[in-house]
Design a binder for this molecule. Sequence first.
Ligand SMILES: Cc1ncc(C[n+]2csc(CCOP(=O)(O)OP(=O)(O)O)c2C)c(N)n1
Ligand SMILES: [Mg+2]
Length: 371
Amino acid sequence: MNGLLMNEKNVCGTVKERSRLAPQSVEMKYRDAYLTVIFTMGQTKEHARKVYQAMVRSRLLEMKFSSLYKAGQIVGGVYLGKGQEAVSASVGARLEPGKDIFAPLIRDQAGRTAFGEDMLDATRTYLGSAQGPMKARDGNIHRGRPSEGVVAMISHLGSSLSVVGGMLKAREIQGKLAGCVGATCIGDGATSTGSFHEGLNYVAVEKLPVVVVVANNQFAYSTPNSKQYACVDLIDRAQGYGVAGHSVDGTDMLACAETIAKAVDTARAGGGPQMVVAKLLRLGGHGEHDDGSYIPEEIRNSTYGRDCIEVGKQQLLEKGWLSEEELTEWQEAAKMEVQEAVKTAQKEAGPNPYNEDWSALAESRFKEAHT
Ligand SMILES: Cc1ncc(C[n+]2csc(CCOP(=O)(O)OP(=O)(O)O)c2C)c(N)n1
Ligand SMILES: [Mg+2]
């Protein structure tokens, strides 16, 4: 059997860890095994290619944002997902646009891209175009399209879990929940908030089809994991809430694609909430203003410092699922798309506060101040 299929370590932790499961979770172990038998794994060629293409497109788009920021053409913060694309894209690629709910965070351009977001949405937002999804009222990454299932990014760490849970509960009440999944991506720091714990408890008690994916990049700003949690591994939190847990190396693209696909498929099939913890490193600072110099060399040089784009490329080439020529075509097409998006957004006007629907107040204040 393909070594990437059915890795025991990816299901509810290791065998050793399973022996520590509470009675409620033992039931979950059998349910997990059962679901694993019935559902095909996400480890297919097409799925992996979809994940990787989104990673490539997202990386090129974000590199452009970084250079625009450094050239002073983007004001405010720029937050990138460099090094976290495999995790993020694996979530977006397994969800179904028009049906599922996705609540991304600051490092989820790859997930957004995989879920179908047009490059123009991000570009217009960063460049302050009034044609952007938030009409330029937001400077960077708090954009969303709720009617299309993309929750506008919430800065308050951990809150997206309750929002996704609430949206799914609303669908349940309306009798529209069948076959839907809601997923959110968060960081290790977010798992320390009260919102996260309340949200996880809520979705577990309500048995909602939620997938929460934690990108454990080992730092929240400059706060290391050692100051974040005292359990052995973040995935240990799952069993305390009666939630199925999966661990994965976040730099291993195929493992991410497989593990996250399984979590999404299991939630969709009625397996209850799933928590995935992907261990990795962000290959940069918290934002482009931060050089990340507090990350020790030994962590940078560990396997978690690998670039998932490079890992994914090797994996696909080795399996014969992608050729060098096709990859070059993908990259060239993405570069053109990025250029077009920037060209378009740069030509578009910024917001006019006196023409907006919230301008009544601004206008009266303006008149007050100038008459
Ligand atoms: C409740 C809350 N507390 C603090 C912050 C400020 N803040 C923004 S990002 C961040 C670090 C987030 O770390 P993590 O969740 O690990 O995500 P990462 O940036 O590492 O991807 C903090 C503390 C916030 N947005 N919300
Ligand atoms: Mg973090």
